[in-house]
Write a protein that binds this ligand. Sequence first.
Ligand SMILES: [Zn+2]
Length: 357
Amino acid sequence: MMIPQLPHASHYMQLPREVLIGRDVASLVGETLNRLGFHGTALIVTGETVLSFAGGTVLDSLKKVNIGTETMTVQSSTTEEVARVEKKIQEMNPDIVVGFGGGKDIDVAKLGSMKAGKSFLSVPTTASHDGIASPLVSMKGLDRPYSYVAHAPIAIVADTSIIGKSPYRLIAAGCGDVVAKYTAVRDWKLAHRIKNEYYGDYAAELALMSSRVVMKNATSIRAMIDNGVRTLVEALISCGVAMSIAGSSRPCSGAEHLFSHALDIVAGETSLHGGRTGVGAIMCSYLQDSNWEAIREFLQEIGAPSTAKELKVSPEQVVKALTMAHSLRPERYTILGETGVTEAAAEKVARATGVIG
Ligand SMILES: [Zn+2]
């Protein structure tokens, strides 16, 4: 994010200006851009599958308002793909970049547009994590395994009729990412007390509220009723906004996210980010001496992973990830402390919470 030079103790927030959520709102992408003052050309950054599945609606809506488009598909969220997007933006000089697709497509659009100095609009087609609305990106090929601040989307157009057709495991993962805010906010509070780190009540409460609302609506989310999908999408967007308000990922990412990133290193990508943060939240909530049972019950009810087996990792990999999690990001103080949990303690936590058998 291009953070302006601020006087001492000032705070900068970059927020989306418009959010559209609901059935068939993808057909409103063109007029939304017009309303925001974009009339010329748009670069659509998307994925192959998404394009064939729902691309027509978005492209038609842009055509309708005479916005010229070029489309490029990306394969993965890597620095090479970001460089490709950046180059394309320099050649084409579009007025706006549209990130259209899953988390990876949006991350590449987000970072590429920021580097090239263009605004971006987020049109998510999945609800698997809160990156669809946040100013943060996670990227392979960078010097750090965790996400960092890029810039917030200028607007979000979340079509629940498209998102509702995505595989259920993506929805379940999104629930795992939202419930993780319980442990993330506790960690943030802890860092405030122990390290005098900036803590923002408003951002923290917003993240917590998302968790509460999603937990309350487990049944309708599980049944993939339109209201349920909408509730989850609203929660993920609120989490993104909470990070925009905080100016960091703090309200949404604590020890459970460090565990997830550690597991990526230890075991590779055998399961989704949201699934891993959910399991991490169970164990970190246990370490925080909080109500870890409620988190586990919710994940089981929703059909999200709550065990190592469901994450397609071994018990040893869980223990290893938990013991190394604190070392990934030393400046981010969490319940894991500065030296982390010992191997014996990690195994005990994983067993006591039923993550390993
Ligand atoms: Zn996350």
